[in-house]
Design a protein around this ligand. Structure first.
Ligand code: C5P
Length: 230
């Protein structure tokens, strides 16, 4: 993979028109985009995902599926028909096994979300869990591997602990990345692109440091240079 192929830009915008303007601004600088719930559920959101694919881009649909097994399997099959590259699901064994069935031909890569990074130990206790975040992330990473999920979404600070559990082949994809010297914003636990790649991230997800930059294409190129150093 080239350094450019490792960068996924999060299109966290409210309309297809805004997303189209951003992808036009970025041009050839970026080859992989993340379409989250806000954009996917906007009018024309899924058609836009197809449009990106038709333009030769790679697409990560961040929909975080979680439902009864049969629904997850059938929904995953529909998403696979869109021809996108990555889909997120929650890391519950039943959800992962069902999504695997729905994406059985392997073209759509499934990424499991272990524990939302907005949750801390107190949130898990409140929800009735007897363990903390670290233990639950490790447990779910093991289950994801057992269910033959293709990869995991995780905080860059979890990479070192989780790579040995995930093994060499699972794709580790991390948001919470901030270019050296950039504004951290509302992200609390961050690494630079260089650090994240050095810590074994396969892909990094960057949103606002690129999309809200004065020159987004230049900001993307700077991140790609940092990935290359890592
Ligand atoms: O703008 P920023 O670089 O913070 O965007 C990061 C992207 O990754 C956003 O789409 C955000 O929703 C997503 N994300 C995250 N942290 C997680 C999971 C997803 O920042 N734990």
């Amino acid at each position: 993979m080239t350094p450019q192929e490792r960068l996924i830009v999060a299109l966290d915008v409210e309309s297809v028109a805004d997303a189209r303007a951003m992808t036009a601004t970025l041009g050839e600088a970026v080859s992989f985009f993340k379409v989250g719930m806000e954009l996917a559920y906007a009018p024309g959101g899924f058609d836009f995902a197809r449009e990106l694919k038709a333009a030769g881009k790679r697409v990560f649909l961040d929909l975080k599926l979680h439902d009864i097994g049969v629904t997850v399997e059938r929904a995953t099959r529909q998403i696979a028909r869109l021809g996108v590259d990555f889909l997120t699901i929650h890391a519950f064994a039943q959800t992962m096994a069902s999504a695997r069935q729905g994406a059985s031909d392997g073209a759509l890569k499934l990424l499991a979300v272990t524990v939302m990074t907005s949750y801390d130990d107190a949130d898990l206790k409140e929800a009735g869990y007897a363990c903390g975040v670290e233990d639950l992330v490790a447990r779910r990473a093991r289950q994801a591997r057992a269910e033959r999920v293709d990869g995991l979404i995780l905080s860059p600070l979890e990479l070192a602990a989780i790579r040995p559990i995930a093994g060499p082949d699972m794709l580790l994809v991390t948001p919470g990345v901030r270019p050296a010297g950039a504004d951290v914003g509302d992200q609390k636990r961050v690494m630079t692109p260089r650090q994240a790649v050095a810590a074994s991230a396969d892909f990094i997800v960057v949103g606002r440091p690129i999309t809200r930059a004065m020159d987004p294409a230049a900001a993307a190129k700077a991140v790609i240079d940092e990935i290359a150093e890592g």
